[in-house]
Design a protein around this ligand. Structure first.
Ligand code: F3S
Length: 291
């Protein structure tokens, strides 16, 4: 049996960096002997195993701005999604130690939005208004930003004709949809500067999964049951390989049978840690006496 694990399976670069950052802080904190309380502003990642592991090591999650305002000592880690400027201000005024794990690609958007809005431009964010990343991006605009998620909102968008607009995107937004919405806004004749800030980590993961699934006799997709990007990966793989399994961890492989001469592909959603992917690989091998 041949087993192929997708190179892009699991954490993207930004999330990997943020998770590692928390573990580094735990280590440093222990070594320094200071034993400061470590907090993450929001769960560092949407993965229960990781969040529980961190909780077991004493890391607490701050769930709201109000909670943050009450904290007057400790270390606050900002996750890869990033936050509004005023969250940094609260951390500073409460004299907390800041550890910024904002993904550099998100940081770049904050910088564009801050600078362009200071020049007086109207900021338009293509994305989901409720997503924490978009919340954070909005908070870097010194003028009132507008968030557009669908064609109807794009059609309805209007601002003063004299205003220049700057369009950016949520990093995980669909590229074709972004182009479509930009096209609708562009027809309105505003003087606009368009910056495509979509990160390609998601599409790279999907393209690789599709390529592997095309060749595979069985394809395993690992991820949380309510993870939308894992669901999407599963759909892509299932189209190419009928024997596609959606599992949360190695135990779910219990009843799955593989033939000895099969080529088995493995990929995983964006919030699946490497150790779970490795366990799945090992489990497939054990089932076939390859260990
Ligand atoms: Fe991940 Fe950063 Fe892209 S968090 S999805 S690498 S923007």
């Amino acid at each position: 049996m041949e087993i192929k694990v997708a190179k892009s399976a699991g954490f993207c670069f930004g999330v990997k960096k943020a998770v590692e950052c928390v573990y580094e802080q735990i280590d440093e904190n222990e070594k320094s002997g200071e034993k400061k309380q470590i907090y993450t502003y929001g769960p560092i990642i949407h993965n229960e195993n990781v969040v529980n592991d961190l909780a077991g090591k004493g890391v607490k999650v701050i769930n709201s701005e109000e909670e943050l305002k009450e904290i007057i000592s400790g270390i606050v880690i900002i996750r890869s999604h990033g936050v509004s400027k005023h969250i940094y201000d609260i951390i500073e005024s409460n004299k907390l130690k800041l550890v910024d794990a904002t993904c550099p690609f998100v940081k770049k958007i904050h910088k564009i939005v801050y600078e362009k809005s200071q020049e007086g431009m109207q900021i338009v964010i293509i994305g989901n208004d409720k997503h924490p990343e978009v919340e954070g991006i909005k908070g870097w605009s010194v003028t009132a930003p507008v968030v557009i998620e669908d064609e109807q909102e794009a059609e309805m968008f209007c601002t003063e004709k004299s205003k220049e607009i700057c369009i950016v995107s949520q990093t995980t937004f669909n590229y074709n949809k972004f182009n479509k919405l930009v096209e609708i806004i562009s027809k309105k004749g505003y003087n606009s500067s368009i910056v495509n800030t979509i990160c390609n980590a998601t599409s790279v993961r999907q393209v690789e999964a599709k390529e592997i699934a095309k060749e595979a006799d069985a394809m395993i997709v690992v991820g949380g049951s309510n993870s939308s990007n894992t669901q999407k990966l599963f759909e892509i793989c299932k189209k190419e390989c009928n024997n596609t399994y959606y599992i949360q961890n190695a135990e779910d492989l219990h009843d799955v049978e593989f033939d000895d001469d099969w080529y088995v592909g493995i990929t995983a959603g964006a919030s699946t840690p490497n150790n779970i992917i490795e366990e799945v690989r090992t489990n497939v091998r054990i089932k076939h006496g390859k260990l």
